[in-house]
Design a protein around this ligand. Structure first.
Ligand code: GCB
Length: 606
């Protein structure tokens, strides 16, 4: 598969797993997959916990030829030695993290085998891909005992071709998923969120014609006079036609493919209604190639900066936001269904947000689809978090791979305006070089959105200095600060002066403090709702004194599980900086922020 611009394929091929030594077919990413007809493989999968990876390795640690992936079924009464049996093993729900499905797996970090059978009827002249919405962190996949691909990265979807391995009738798929944290992983060992393991998002089989549209990019040009872009058809021949149409706007264009299967297209944008939070207009877009047809729902808008302004469709905008982790409200675990999305984005809407920062990794595609429909602008991030091994070229390749997969899935979403390449990284030379490379990769893949990162801020006395050298490579500066929580007292914000080395738009990408829902006391007593509310009151006063400020995404919408939050009776394994508890209880600070957002008392668009 080929991608215009920076080549995603290169990075996908470079993935290497230490668990397997055999040749690894490369997964790919097929755009708009959620709109293609598919056979869902969600449901009950048999599982086996395998902390010593004995389903993969012999006692001398050689790769087994007859590992668990064969799903062996010895004949009853035979002398065959088989020390596992998927059919007699218990089941886990897919999609779903394993931690919240079984008490004994709550803290488990290691390898788990999954298996399920399914019926399939191959169609002549078709290709079939196994789509995994996300599996944390490394996956190895076999169909009918044959290895089809490996993948590293816990938050991006991928597609593995299974055409040759499938047959008519009953088939089976085996996945080995390993959530062991790795020093050279992305993210690395230490994170402030739960390392939920397993097949956490939807799994399906997707059938496509032999020649099929695998990637495209359509966007409004800066002048808002035309829709420009390209379509790539996998397996196509030079000269074949592709047609892109927006029936509602009576627009259609046909172009012919070049030798690499790419066609560039342009459609006039006169009369088109542009997408915005106030008017999240989506058009049905059809793409047709010889034998293949796709439909997508897309909005068209421009996003750019002008000095310290952020311009949406040419007009200055202030981003009234909130940070959101992919933690499921009420039930706990990874957010991965329509209900989770409706609750989380519904709360953001209730707060008065026109914007969300989806931390710290790409979320389920339902989230960005819903943001498109609801008119909520999005900051999307890859998990380059804290102290990555920035001097390791293999880590850079992993980050590039995740970035490529994120953009390949989500470049059709009007809601996404910011690609974030990192969060709170140390300002070393190796780090800066690593992230400058990533910023360049983003621009090569998608030159129409803005590049950002959440930076650390230097404090001197009560003053704050934004001077991280990475700022030079960003379009929009993100800065995290915790006045009144990790440093000083809430009222210190009243006299804090901000200095930015960059005349660029600034988003305070995090601020806040912890409170246990229902715990009341003095505004000076930590962990009370009053203390958290006091932080918000003082911060909101400070923000209007930061001239470059164009957005906020306070930390965070809802309390979320984190193994580093131990305090008994208060944290109990949760980061308590949510404005809402994991049970849906709104804390006082929620209403303070809501008032400021609704009344427009915080932030200026220019
Ligand atoms: C941060 C991190 C975020 C943490 C948060 C906290 O600066 O970016 O991932 O969860 O602080 O609560 O400490």
């Amino acid at each position: 598969m080929k991608f215009t611009g920076w080549n995603l394929l290169v990075s996908l091929c470079l993935f290497s797993s230490s668990l397997l030594t055999q040749a690894q077919p490369a997964p790919t990413v097929i755009a708009d997959l959620d709109n293609r007809a598919n056979i869902s493989l969600n449901g009950d999968w048999h599982f086996m916990v395998d902390p010593y990876a004995s389903g993969l390795y012999t006692f001398h640690h050689e790769v087994k030829a007859d590992g668990y992936f064969l799903n062996a079924q010895p004949k009853p009464g035979s002398a065959d030695l088989v020390e596992y049996d998927f059919s007699k093993s218990p089941t886990l729900k897919v999609p779903g993290d394993w931690n919240t499905q079984r008490e004994q797996l709550f803290y488990y970090e290691g390898l788990i085998w999954y298996e399920r059978g399914f019926e399939f009827n191959p169609k002549a002249n078709h290709r079939t891909f196994l789509h995994i919405g996300a599996a944390n962190y490394r996956s190895m996949i076999w169909i009918n005992g044959k290895h089809i691909c490996d993948h590293e990265g816990g938050f991006t979807g991928f597609d593995c071709e299974a055409t040759q391995q499938l047959h008519a009738g009953t088939n089976f798929v085996v996945m080995a998923v390993d959530n062991t944290r790795l020093a050279d992983g992305v993210p690395t060992l230490n994170t402030d969120w739960w390392n939920y393991g397993g097949i956490t998002r939807d799994v399906s089989l997707v059938d496509v014609p032999e020649r099929f549209i695998d990637q495209y990019d359509l966007r409004l040009n800066r002048a808002r006079t035309s829709i420009e872009g390209w379509v790539h058809v996998e397996g196509a021949m030079q000269g074949e036609a592709v047609t892109v149409a927006i029936p509602e706007a009576r627009l259609s264009v046909t172009a012919s493919l070049d030798a690499k299967g790419n066609a560039t297209v342009t459609l006039p944008a006169a009369g088109l209604e542009f997408w915005s939070p106030e008017h999240p207009k989506l058009y049905r877009v059809t793409l047709a190639a010889d034998g293949d047809k796709l439909e997508d729902e897309m909005g068209f808008r421009t996003i750019e900066t002008d000095g310290t302004k952020i311009l949406l469709n040419g007009k200055p905008i202030f981003l009234r936001g909130i940070s959101i982790h992919a933690e499921a409200p009420y039930r706990g675990g990874r957010a991965n269904n329509d209900k989770d999305v409706a609750t989380l984005l519904g709360w953001a809407r209730e707060l008065g947000c026109n914007y969300v920062r989806l931390v710290h990794y790409p979320h389920d595609e339902r989230m960005t689809r819903a943001a498109d429909r609801m008119g909520i602008l999005v900051w999307s991030e890859i998990p380059v978090y804290w102290a990555e091994h920035f001097d390791d070229p293999a880590v850079l390749k992993k980050a590039q791979q995740q970035l490529g997969e994120e953009i390949a899935r989500d470049r059709d979403k009007a809601s996404i305006i910011l690609w974030s390449i990192a969060n709170e990284t140390p300002a070393t030379a190796a780090r800066t070089q690593f992230l400058e490379t990533l910023a360049g990769n983003v621009r090569a893949l998608d030159s129409t959105r803005l590049v950002t990162a959440a930076l650390l801020v230097r404090t001197e006395g009560k003053d704050k200095f934004i001077e991280d050298p990475l700022g030079a490579s960003l379009d929009v500066i993100g800065a995290n600060e915790y006045i009144g929580w990790y440093e000083g007292r809430p009222e210190d914000a009243d006299t804090t002066a901000w200095h930015s080395a960059y005349q660029k738009p600034l988003i305070i990408s995090e601020f806040g403090g912890g409170a246990k829902a229902g715990l009341h006391g003095a505004a000076t007593e930590r962990w009370t709702e009053e203390y958290q509310a006091s932080i918000y009151k003082h911060q909101l006063g400070m923000f209007n004194r930061i001239p470059q400020l164009r957005g906020l995404s306070p930390w965070i919408l809802m309390d979320f599980r984190s193994p580093v939050r131990q305090l008994p009776g208060v944290q109990d394994g949760y980061n308590r900086k949510g404005l809402i508890s994991e049970k849906g209880e709104k804390k006082q600070a929620f209403f303070i922020l809501q008032k400021a957002y609704r009344e427009g008392t915080v932030g200026k668009p220019e």
